[in-house]
Write a protein that binds this ligand. Structure first.
Ligand SMILES: *[C@@H]1O[C@H](CO)[C@@H](O)[C@H](O)[C@H]1NC(C)=O
Ligand SMILES: *[C@@H]1O[C@H](CO)[C@@H](O)[C@H](O)[C@H]1NC(C)=O
Ligand SMILES: *[C@@H]1O[C@H](CO)[C@@H](O)[C@H](O)[C@H]1NC(C)=O
Ligand SMILES: *[C@@H]1O[C@H](CO)[C@@H](O)[C@H](O)[C@H]1NC(C)=O
Ligand SMILES: *[C@@H]1O[C@H](CO)[C@@H](O)[C@H](O)[C@H]1NC(C)=O
Ligand SMILES: *[C@@H]1O[C@H](CO)[C@@H](O)[C@H](O)[C@H]1NC(C)=O
Ligand SMILES: *[C@@H]1O[C@H](CO)[C@@H](O)[C@H](O)[C@H]1NC(C)=O
Ligand SMILES: *[C@@H]1O[C@H](CO)[C@@H](O)[C@H](O)[C@H]1NC(C)=O
Length: 409
């Protein structure tokens, strides 16, 4: 709406500049004596007077811009009227800026006026923060965090079709942090307005808020999920306990199913969902009920996770090949090495140390100069006597000669 008017204004302006040549057009005067009054905490009534020095032939109308902060900047809502005033359903949360412009309707060579602005201060005290709403079955649960200590803090609400504002009867279970509104008209309401008030520092203070349609805050109960197998298929059945307030089309089901390291999220319009069953995989699943965008907004909490089947890990042979077999082989090797070491004398008999042999050969080959003169007198290699463990002998130490002698007798 706001965009549309902004665009219209821009087009009108550029078209008129193009046709008339902007520099010769005179600006209309802005409206006079712009004033406001709060009719209710949610309804702002604006009045202004016709600009001075306006030709009787010149018909004008007015554009009202509403900014939701005290400085006239940022996003605005606008409205075009022919009257000398208008009413706006806009609560004051963070302060407001109102700007009114005079537009020509049939005035020759006149263009839009400068804006006439007024700014409205925000409430002196912020009573609550972090408000949240949960709608279900003609009930709206409102929760908040109190900012200041106000003993008599009350919550009132207003639905635009209603005559007057109503009090939310405090709920003992949530005390100063929430209240549950019971109202049959919540479901159809196009907006909901809230008023918090109480006595702070001896004076009455209040905060007003405007929220979207109650059905944009739908909160559904946590559903239950069951899994059955039907031959080659796996059936997921979502089972919610409060899916009867709106038509069936308003509820969609978001299934999150993981199997064998694969995870998939699918949105289904039915409460039953099926997939092809893979017996080698273990299935884990959750379901969340999503309130359709066509009906409003909201969701349930996700269900508890449900499992089906067992994991027959197809990676086991690979694991065996990569880790277990080499492990066994190296273990065997280790054992055989230990055994080898223990019985090495049997398996590898002691052999003479080769280094001694070589040294011996070298020493024997050193020749004196005299010897060189008579090459014929080459010395032969005389090996050292082999070093053999003295105790080892082929014959037993204890001579059995005597016994042999005895036999000879
Ligand atoms: C502006 O328009 C008036 C008539 O409306 C004309 O007399 C005047 O010459 C114009 N001036 C310029 C700068 O175009
Ligand atoms: C503005 O309007 C109010 C009533 O709406 C009136 O009392 C007041 O005198 C006006 N002020 C001027 C400057 O016209
Ligand atoms: C009124 O607000 C507009 C922004 O919407 C700003 O451009 C203009 O300067 C303001 N005028 C006055 C008189 O404050
Ligand atoms: C205001 O005037 C413009 C022409 O400048 C016209 O297009 C528009 O419809 C009028 N708005 C109202 C609410 O009369
Ligand atoms: C309250 O809201 C603010 C931002 O608006 C956020 O940073 C904070 O975590 C919220 N606190 C709680 C308790 O939700
Ligand atoms: C709060 O607002 C209601 C309705 O406007 C009013 O009846 C009540 O007196 C107010 N309470 C305080 C403490 O201001
Ligand atoms: C309470 O009100 C008095 C005057 O009424 C003021 O001086 C004081 O600063 C206020 N205290 C708080 C915490 O707002
Ligand atoms: C959920 O499913 C069970 C059977 O699986 C059924 O007995 C029960 O009534 C269902 N509950 C709802 C709320 O649909």
């Amino acid at each position: 709406m706001c965009r549309f008017w902004d665009l219209t204004l821009m087009i009108c302006f550029s078209v008129s500049v193009m046709f008339v040549g902007g520099d010769n057009m005179t600006e209309l005067p802005p409206p006079k004596n712009l004033t406001f009054i709060w009719e209710t905490p949610f309804r702002l009534s604006l009045t202004w007077e016709k600009p001075e020095d306006l030709d009787h032939s010149c018909r004008v109308n007015y554009t009202v811009h509403v900014y939701s902060s005290q400085d006239c900047s940022g996003k605005s809502n606008s409205k075009r009227v022919q009257t000398l005033g208008c009413k706006l359903e806009v609560p004051n949360e963070n302060g407001l800026c109102i700007s009114v412009i005079t537009n020509p309707e049939n005035c020759e060579q006149r263009r839009n006026s400068q804006p006439m602005n007024i700014s409205i201060a925000p409430p002196s005290v912020m009573l609550v923060k972090n408000r949240s709403n949960e709608y279900s079955h003609s009930k709206m649960k409102c929760t908040w965090i109190p900012v200041v200590d106000v003993q008599d803090l009350s919550l009132y609400y207003w639905l635009p079709r209603d005559e007057s504002i109503k009090k939310c009867t405090p709920d003992k279970t949530i005390k100063t942090r929430g209240c549950i509104i019971h109202d049959k008209s919540l479901k159809e309401a196009m907006n909901i307005f809230y008023l918090f008030n109480g006595t702070y520092n001896g004076t009455s203070v209040s905060n007003a808020f405007k929220d979207e349609r109650p059905v944009d805050y739908v909160k559904l109960n946590k559903p239950q999920l069951t899994i059955h197998r039907d031959e080659q298929k796996l059936l997921f059945q979502a089972n919610g306990s409060d899916l009867d307030e709106f038509t069936k089309e308003c509820y969609t089901y978001q299934y999150t199913i993981s199997n064998c390291n694969k995870k998939e999220t699918t949105l289904d319009i039915k409460s039953q969902h099926e997939v092809q069953y893979d017996p080698a995989c273990k299935y884990r699943a959750r379901v969340q009920v999503i309130f359709s965008k066509n009906c409003g907004e909201g969701s349930s909490d996700p269900s508890d996770e449900v499992e089906y089947g067992e994991d027959n890990d197809p990676k086991l042979p690979a694991l065996l090949a990569v880790i277990i077999i080499p492990l066994i082989v190296s273990l065997c090797l280790l054992v055989s090495l230990v055994l080898l070491r223990r019985h090495k004398d049997i398996i590898f008999p002691k052999i003479p140390e080769p280094s001694l042999l070589f040294k011996d050969m070298l020493i024997n080959n050193i020749r004196t100069p005299e010897e060189l003169q008579s090459p014929a007198a080459g010395r032969l290699y005389i090996p050292f006597e082999e070093v053999v463990e003295s105790r080892i002998s082929l014959e037993p130490d204890t001579p059995f000669v005597p016994t042999m002698k005895n036999e000879a007798k």
